[in-house]
Ligand binder design. Structure first.
Ligand code: AMP
Length: 238
């Protein structure tokens, strides 16, 4: 029977025998973690777990968590570990995570990383995490953040400078009106980068020290970066 696996821009089909396990995408805000996570979802059929998306969902639904997170997020500050860890624990308990998942935007503090290490130690069936850090310079981050537009319906991500939709302001996939995130401004980016440098950069060092860690250059076309991440994950799992 011929394979009906989906092909991604990396030009590769899904590899059913390969168990990706838990994958962490690390990197400053705007490096393209969300875009890359979506490429890996298409390739491996495992879910993307974006703590930013989960938190924005809570804000939109007006949950208690959303009410607590809203102000912090609008200022570019981090939401307390206990709240985020609890939200991630609930998501990891869902059955679609059995073969692996892509954590996008988590862990963002050493506290969250320690919590995740302990959590995975308790799950004997889980493979150890593989961490991939995406690197991009500050000016490029600024273009990516201020140019980013999102589809509220299918969550597709565009960039008016680098990956523009065919028709300005309209999603190519479903025709929805694209939106800009409230925190995707130059002013809030400064605080987000500050939070990244002070609280999240040590997380990168934590995983570098654990091994099963790779860095990829994020200043390249989307498909090339995705191919680099896939190669790194396969090598680290090999
Ligand atoms: P993101 O979509 O990953 O850029 O996240 C948007 C915002 O959500 C961040 O600036 C934080 O305010 C919050 N957030 C997302 N993930 C986390 C996390 N792991 N820990 C704390 N706050 C988070």
């Amino acid at each position: 029977m011929s394979c009906t696996c989906s092909k991604t821009e990396t030009g590769r089909g899904a590899e059913h025998s390969f168990a990706p396990g838990p994958i962490l995408l690390l990197g400053a805000p705007g490096v393209g973690k969300g875009t890359q996570a979506k490429e890996l979802v298409k390739l491996w059929g495992i879910p993307q777990i974006s703590t930013g998306d989960l938190l924005r969902g809570n804000v939109a639904r007006g949950t208690e968590l959303g009410k607590m997170a809203k102000e912090l997020m609008s200022r570019g500050e981090l939401v307390p570990d206990t709240l985020v860890n609890e939200m991630v624990a609930a998501r990891l308990a869902e059955p679609d995570t059995a073969k692996g998942y892509i954590l996008d935007g988590f862990p963002r503090t050493l506290g969250q990383a320690g919590w995740l290490d302990d959590k995975l130690k308790g799950l004997t069936a889980s493979l150890p995490v593989v961490a991939v850090s995406i690197q991009v310079g500050y000016n490029q981050l600024l273009r990516r953040i201020t140019g980013r537009r999102n589809c509220p319906t299918c969550q597709a991500i565009y960039n008016v400078y680098m990956n523009a939709p065919k028709q300005e302001g309209v999603c190519d996939v479903d025709g929805a009106k694209l939106v800009q995130r409230a925190d995707d401004t130059e002013e809030v980016l400064k605080e987000r980068v500050h939070a990244y440098e002070t609280l999240t950069a040590p997380v990168v060092e934590h995983y570098r020290a654990q091994g099963r860690f790779a860095e990829v250059d994020g200043d390249r076309p989307i498909a090339e970066i995705a191919a680099g991440i896939v190669a790194a994950v396969e090598r680290l799992r090999g």
